[in-house]
Design a protein around this ligand. Structure first.
Ligand code: SF4
Length: 62
C-alpha cells in the first residue's frame, strides 16, 4: 500500500497537494502540508499526481 509522507523541511505550504488530493493532504495552521489519511491514497487515487505536482518535491510515496 502506498503511504505518503510530507517533508516539512521542504514544504512551502503552497496548497497544491491539498487542491489535488484533499482526502489525503491538508495544509495546517502551521503553514505545512500534513497527511490526514495515510492509508487513503489507494481510494483517493491522487497521491501520485500530488507528489508529481509538488513544486519542491516534498511528498514521498513509499
Ligand atoms: S504541494 Fe508540496 S509544497 Fe505545496 S503544500 Fe503540498 S507538500 Fe507543501
Amino acid at each position: 500500500m502506498t503511504r505518503p509522507t510530507v517533508d516539512e523541511d521542504l514544504c512551502i505550504g503552497c496548497g497544491r497537494c491539498e487542491e489535488l488530493c484533499p482526502a489525503v493532504f491538508e495544509v495546517g495552521d502551521d503553514g505545512y502540508s500534513h497527511v490526514i489519511d495515510a492509508e487513503g491514497c489507494e481510494a483517493a487515487g491522487c497521491c501520485e499526481e500530488a507528489a508529481e505536482e509538488c513544486p519542491v518535491d516534498a511528498i514521498s510515496l513509499a
